[in-house]
Every structure is written in structure tokens, then in C-alpha cells.
Design a protein around this ligand. Sequence first.
Ligand SMILES: Cc1ncc(COP(=O)(O)O)c(C=O)c1O
Length: 338
Amino acid sequence: MNIDWNNLGFGYIKTPYRFISHFKDGKWDEGVLSEDEIVKINECAGVLQYAQTCFEGLKAYRTTDNRVVCFRPDLNAKRMHDSCQRLEMPVYPDDKFIEAVIKTVKSNIDYVPPYGYGATLYIRPYMFGENPVIGVKPADEYQFRIFTTPVGPYFKGGVKPITIRVPDFDRAAPRGTGHIKAGLNYAMSLHPIVDAHKNGFDENMYLDPATRTKVEETGGANFIFITKDNTVVTPKSNSILPSITRRSLLYVAEKYLGLKTIEREIPFEEVKTFKECALCGTAAVLSPVGKIVNKDTEILLPSGMENMGEVTKQLYDTLLGIQLGKIDPPEGWLKEII
Ligand SMILES: Cc1ncc(COP(=O)(O)O)c(C=O)c1O
């Protein structure tokens, strides 16, 4: 193993083991750890024809005292459960999901980056329909898998503020499925993100597709905003992914920092009144936004393009402090791996 922990990007690096379980004749098998990263499936597999697939994303952290912990995997199990139900896929039981995450991380333990490099082991559970399906209907056989890959920052600048834009494209998720983490939702967001990058933006701010007046989320993270009186405001919408990071940040804001939080509809028109804006997610952590472009108009957040806003920084330090074992976590937030 020869990994430069200092210069890790957000990419795939093969690790030795992955967890594989098969669903056949109405039940899941026990599952195994395998060294083979290649998936071989039928040309007519449900996933290839009708995109019957969903996934999750979470991280394992090396703490200051050299433990390895996972952040709130129970919430990923629950969200994958919801994704599977919406896609007519068999649920992988929540307790087995957590067991399988632990097994997979343990078997790749040398790939959990050491403390102090800002790097983590990203964990990707996923499921797909495996048997041939030609009429439009759910598959009968599935695979549930988990692989891991060590990752660094999601955005190149790390914690430097980024620039985003409001695109002409509608919210990428097919209506009503934005709240699950499904392959098809993300495939539909690839064109807008490639176009954003081509035009010099780091991400897209999607507005609600029905009225195009309310803030939803970006392609891979939710939004939080800080008002001039230091309230944390976040969009209420049933077509955005219910971010685990966001739920955690709202708790941290209230219980650790004594801030007021509100989840409510946010008209795009209101964004110019906020003093800070950030993207939150497992991969994005908390990435400050410095500028938002909507066609010919620009919103420059008062926090600027150099540093994280003051409240965003407090939220970031507290959440990361909890994940890295520097600050006492709320009950049940850290699942110990070793
Ligand atoms: C579309 C989208 N929204 C929000 C999030 C953030 O969710 P979480 O905090 O659970 O990682 C993600 C990240 O996976 C995402 O892909």
C-alpha cells in the first residue's frame, strides 16, 4: 500500500475487501467478504435496463486517540431502507446493514487514513437488480454490496468558498424521488454538473421544479444559510435528499452552539439577505459558498471568497470535532469499529 494521505482527492482507490450478499428465492444470504472487485451480471439485468439501483454514502474516521468510528450508520440504513421500498427492491435489514458496514471497514482497516490528514474512508453500500428483466417490472434477484475507498476533500479547494449557479435545468431528480438516493436521480444530474463545470461553477443550486422560485439543494449536498441574526435556516422540501449531515448540524447548532434553527421554504429572492451559505453532506462536509450566480445577477455572500463565515466555521469545527473524537458526541452518534 502506497497512499499519499496528504494529497488524496475524492476518487476511487481499490481496497482489499468488499461485502457481497445475494437475494434469491425471497431471501438474503449471509454474505461474504470478497477480494474480487469485478461485478459480472447478465446483459438484461434489471439495473442495466431500468436502473433499479440505489446506494448510500458514509464515512469511517480515525479519531485523535486512534480509534476508528463510523458516523450515524443507523441513519444510512434507514434511508437505504426507504430508497429500496420506493424502488420495489427488497430491504436489507437495518441491523445487518450496520453489521456489514463494520465488517467491511474492519477488513480494510489499514485504508482508514491516519488522524490529521483531513482524509477518511468513504463507505459505499449499494444494491441492484441482477436477473434478466425485459418487461418493465422489478427484478427477482438482487445484490447488496459495500465497498470502501479512502478519500480527501470533495471540492478541490478544501474549505475555500466555492461559486455556484442557478442553472436553466430543472431539478435533476425525477419528481418525487429526490428524497431517495437512487442511481437514476444522479444520472439525470450529470449533464447539469458537467455544464456547470464547463462554465466555471463548482455546483448547481436547484430550485423547486414546479415554481422555480424556492431553493432546493445541489447535486450532492443540502444547503444551510445563516441569517443576519445568526439563525441557521435550511430548505424544507420533500423532493431533496434528507441529509444526515444536515440533521446533525441542526442538532449541533441548537445543542452545542445555542443557535436558533429553522427548516422552512426559502424563496430564492431571500438568499441575498443571508450572511453565510454552505453546502452540507457526507462528502462535502460543510463547504462554504462565496458567490451564487443566477444568469446576469450575482449574489456575493458577506462572508466573502477567502474564508468560511464565522458561524459556518463554528458548525464545521464542532461537527468535525465530534466525528474525530475531540468533542463528546451525542448518544449513539459514533459507532465504534475498533
Ligand atoms: C443530492 C444529495 N443531497 C444531499 C446529500 C447529503 O446527504 P448526507 O449528509 O446524508 O451525506 C447528498 C450526499 O450524499 C446528496 O447526494
